[in-house]
Design a protein around this ligand. Structure first.
Ligand code: KE4
Length: 426
């Protein structure tokens, strides 16, 4: 069946034809590609077209699709049962792996999504401080829990509904939204309202408004001000966890948050989220303490098996330098190609995660992102898709590569980009 036929059928039984809005190509236009299979760096759609995948399921597939060790682990565990609703040794092994990678995490609770991890972390912070206000930053996205859908990024920004309907004013009013990278705005807010703040949640590298790096002193200021006011600092490392190193961006930044949220890579493509921190804080969670948090499939054995295989492969193979070099080379050449074609392009990159903005000059915050040429991104997206490269169908997302993106694969992607840039510049 063709993508169009599948989309038509999907629209009849699934809202918007998708189970997550950003997949619907709304920001770039056209019919979404229905994917039939994937292997290594490649996706194949329903029409048998092959693409080099720079989305990797929005980050999780850092080892590429259908990695042998991960598939084997899933196959083996599935044959032993899909889910027990009871504790397993796999969860202990996975928790030990996460705690070994994050000095700030002594105990961790697994969930089935990043949304649940962030939602639960916010609740834990409210209980620990006895306060009600959460601070987040414009353009950052922490999942779709009511209190966090305020000036959110990712799909919410993509669809232009950063403040979702259905969120009662009473709940939205517990969330303060400040400009990312604006130290003065944050400091003056904490000066006047700090005593009300339960937690400040931040993506240490923003990946849901394209990619925006923390400016000098930004994360340090968040740490200092939250400590001063008795608020908790939550690092949402759902994207950045295990993306740049075997651990989090927190070690690169030298910042120790109170709670860390994880997802994506730790599930190896299966539904896994997690949040962790100091033992005395985490022991406030039921059944050890008064903060209720639960999930039928939390710590699901098949998902744990995928996560353990993924994290052990990352720990033992340590592919991070190679990933960094490959993405640096690719994005460097992309900028040269754009310049040669007279196309304004700015790329923000950390390791194997990058944001592509059609704009001259730095992109250091939400206003710069919104001033970028989203229409030109849409044209670039479709031209690259035509040329066999699958980028994020929104300028408010990140591009990722995996260990399966060999130099040959990257050369193929560059050749596609060269043709596209030439045609766009003509
Ligand atoms: P999930 O509930 O989608 O597993 O995780 C929510 C979440 C939390 N924190 C960060 C930093 C995130 O990026 C996400 C989810 N990311 C988006 C893409 N950037 C998921 C894609 C989608 O919504 O389909």
């Amino acid at each position: 069946m063709k993508n169009e036929e599948l989309f038509e059928a999907a629209l009849k039984v699934i809202p918007g034809g998708v189970n997550s809005p950003v997949r619907a190509f709304r920001k770039v236009g056209g019919v979404p590609s229905f994917i039939e299979k994937a292997h290594g760096p490649y996706l194949w759609d329903a029409q048998g077209s092959r693409f080099i995948d720079f989305v990797l399921s929005w980050g999780p597939l850092i080892l590429g699709h259908a990695h042998r060790a991960v598939v084997e682990a899933v196959r083996e565990q599935a044959a032993l049962g899909m889910s027990y609703g009871a504790p397993t040794r796999l969860e202990v092994e996975m928790a030990r792996l996460v705690c070994s990678a994050f000095a700030s995490v002594e105990k961790v609770r697994f969930t089935s999504s990043g949304t649940e991890a962030c939602m639960s972390a916010i609740r834990l912070a409210r209980a620990a401080t006895g306060r009600r206000v959460t601070v987040k930053f414009e353009g950052c996205y922490h999942g779709h829990a009511d209190s966090l859908l305020v000036k959110a990024g990712s799909g919410a920004l993509t669809l232009g509904i950063p403040d979702s309907s259905g969120v009662p004013e009473a709940i939205a009013s517990t969330t303060a939204v400040l400009p990312y990278n604006d130290l003065d705005a944050f400091s003056s807010f904490m000066q006047s309202q700090g005593s009300e703040v339960a937690s400040v949640i931040v993506e240490p590298v923003a990946g849901n408004m394209g990619v925006v790096l923390p400016g000098p002193g930004f994360l340090e200021t968040l740490r200092a001000q939250t400590a001063r006011c008795g608020a908790l600092l939550i690092f949402d490392e759902v994207i950045t966890g295990f993306r740049f190193r075997f651990g989090g961006y927190q070690d690169i930044a030298g910042i120790r948050p109170d709670i860390t949220c994880l997802g994506k890579i730790i599930g190896g493509g299966m539904p896994v989220g997690a949040f962790g921190g100091r033992a005395e804080l985490m022991d406030m969670l039921a059944p050890a303490g008064p903060v209720y948090q639960a999930g039928t499939l939390s710590g699901n054995p098949v998902a744990m098996a995928a996560g353990i295989a993924t994290l052990k492969t990352l720990r033992d193979e340590d592919p991070y330098e190679g990933l960094d070099r490959a993405m640096a080379a690719f994005m460097g050449r992309l900028c040269e190609l754009a310049e040669r074609s007279g196309i304004p392009l700015t790329v923000n990159r950390v390791g194997s995660m990058a944001g592509i903005f059609f704009r001259q000059g730095p992109v250091e915050g939400f206003a710069d992102v919104m001033a970028s040429d989203a229409e030109r991104y849409a044209r670039f997206f479709h031209a690259m898709l035509e040329a066999g490269v699958y980028l994020a169908p929104s300028p408010f997302e990140a591009a990722f590569i995996s260990t399966a993106h060999t130099s040959d694969v990257m050369d193929q992607a560059l050749a596609a980009a060269a043709g596209v840039m030439e045609r766009m510049g003509a």
